[in-house]
Design a protein around this ligand. Structure first.
Ligand SMILES: [Cu+2]
Length: 493
């Protein structure tokens, strides 16, 4: 019995700390970025460390131009430390593939950082900056071997301590070699029982103390999105109230207080009807008071909705807040206006060999060029979509939607992954704009313009973080109308 108690105390004491997975995007911490850096077309993957300080693994592939050398350095996106560069590291050029480079960078602090690259090659030297939100994703557990060793030592020490008390009560006052009288035997048993209870009590209190310190530490150091409370007011007004997260509270110096517009809006709000994931809303609530966002409800079908709210802070640091809400079928609904868009009961994609096709309005459709064997967890991929008219010819009426050729929302069916992508990748567009040198005319954003020329082919660099079933919502704008194509995809481990 005593041993069982020890085992429990031990389990508590050594309990490894797990924190729920929630971070910018959701469950998708790595950064995928594709851009023209001068003459070079580069696909950059930054695998973010789980801990800060930690090592980011960086991969760069050049699709256009001949790159011979890349130097990388971590900096902040804005403010102090965004300009004075520490010595840079040289990336390693792959011997088998001369246009593929790998490198590692120590990230020493949390916050809105950038990986700045000096790219040199046959077509000249250019600079490229990739925003990377850095944060601890979880508390690392103890190594198994260490845990087993410490657990063994604890059991040994506990049992030894108890037996010392027993021996002291039994033989402490006897002459050497003397017979042990029965009264001493029973006294020893009582002493051991008392010592056992005391030791287990001490271990229990120790565990309580340790857990509270570990929780406080994890709350402060491990990233968590701010909580958000979603409710319906006056029957037709959706209200989102942001709370405070200890992680943000402890990082006042990181310019997290102010929210800045990201492709034209302070918040991008996504509502997805669960569990079918059929109805999909992309809304842009206004900030009616500090930390409170409101939106007139569009007409919705009643049901349970998953809520994802994207914001970007002054420093370029993104947060995706998650929640859920049960919505009644809206009666006093307002029609969708401005950049707000939705798809209700859409037809889902079908697979034809290496092409997955999803219908748009009418008989137009979008082809997702996807080889079923290439969708693999963590593999950097260019997701390629082609918009076609009814007769299969490339659609010619695409225009930018909120400044970009397309917006892609990726959701794992169990909601453990949410990502909001653009042709530039998973980086927040607002952070990218902060990194851009102001143009001489002082107007317009190169980032938006760069992706503003809209052809019928739209690509998104990404790597699915986990194996599983996903639904993709691709949004484009054609002749003034936003259209949404819905794809299903399976990602292999
Ligand atoms: Cu978007």
């Amino acid at each position: 019995m005593q041993k069982v108690k020890h085992a429990f105390a031990l389990l508590f004491f050594l309990c490894l700390l797990f924190c729920p997975a929630a971070w910018p995007h959701v469950g998708s911490p790595d950064v995928y970025y594709e851009a023209m850096a001068g003459p070079y077309k580069l696909f950059v993957t930054v695998r973010m460390p789980q801990m800060i300080p930690g090592i980011a693994q960086i991969e760069v592939r050049s699709f256009e131009g001949t790159v011979s050398d890349i130097e990388i350095v971590p900096l902040r996106v804005i403010g102090e430390g965004s300009t004075t560069a520490p010595p840079s590291d040289r990336m390693t050029r792959s011997s088998g593939d001369p246009q593929f480079f790998t490198g590692k960078l120590w990230l020493m602090e949390s916050g809105s950082l950038q990986v700045r690259m000096q790219v040199s090659g046959a077509q000249g030297n250019v600079e490229l900056a990739v925003p990377v939100p850095a944060y601890a994703q979880r508390t690392l557990g103890m190594q198994k071997s260490t845990a087993v060793l410490l657990a063994g030592l604890m059991v040994f020490l506990t049992l030894s301590l108890i037996s010392i008390f027993g021996a002291a009560a039994r033989e402490g006052q006897l002459e050497p070699g003397a017979e042990i009288p029965p009264v001493k035997q029973s006294r020893a048993r009582i002493a051991m029982a008392v010592a056992g209870v005391a030791v287990v009590g001490i271990l229990f209190l120790g565990n309580v103390w340790w857990s509270s310190i570990a929780t406080a530490n994890a709350n402060e150091k491990v990233y968590k999105a701010p909580p958000v409370e979603v409710s319906l007011a006056n029957g037709n007004e959706l209200v989102l109230k942001m709370g405070a997260s200890p992680w943000h509270e402890h990082r006042k110096q990181m310019q997290l207080d102010t929210i800045i517009p990201d492709h034209g809006h302070l918040m991008h709000l996504f509502l997805i009807r669960m569990p079918e994931m059929d109805d999909f809303y992309h809304l842009h609530p206004d900030e009616s008071a500090v930390g409170t966002f409101t939106e007139r409800m569009p007409p919705v079908s009643g049901g349970s909705y998953a809520v994802f709210a994207d914001i970007v802070r002054e420093s370029g640091f993104p947060d995706t807040m998650t929640s859920k809400i049960d919505l009644p079928a809206a009666e006093k609904a307002a029609p969708l206006t401005g950049d707000d868009s939705a798809t209700v009961a859409p037809k889902i994609s079908t697979v034809h060999g290496n092409i997955t096709t999803a219908p748009l309005g009418g008989s137009d459709h979008v082809e997702w060029e996807v080889d079923a064997h290439t969708l693999q967890a963590l593999k950097p991929t260019l997701l390629r979509f082609r918009v076609r008219d009814q007769d299969g010819t490339p659609a010619k009426d695409l225009e930018p939607y909120m400044g970009m050729a397309g917006h892609l929302v990726i959701l794992r069916r169990n909601l453990s992954v949410f990502a909001h992508l653009h042709p530039a990748g998973s980086v927040p567009m607002a952070a990218l704009m902060l990194l851009e040198k102001p143009s001489p005319s002082g107007s317009g954003s190169m980032a938006e313009m760069r992706h503003g020329a809209v052809t019928n082919e739209i690509t998104f660099p990404y790597g699915f973080p986990q194996a599983g079933d996903y639904r993709l919502f691709l949004q484009i704008k054609r002749a003034g109308q936003v259209q949404t194509a819905v794809f299903d995809g399976h990602v292999a481990p």
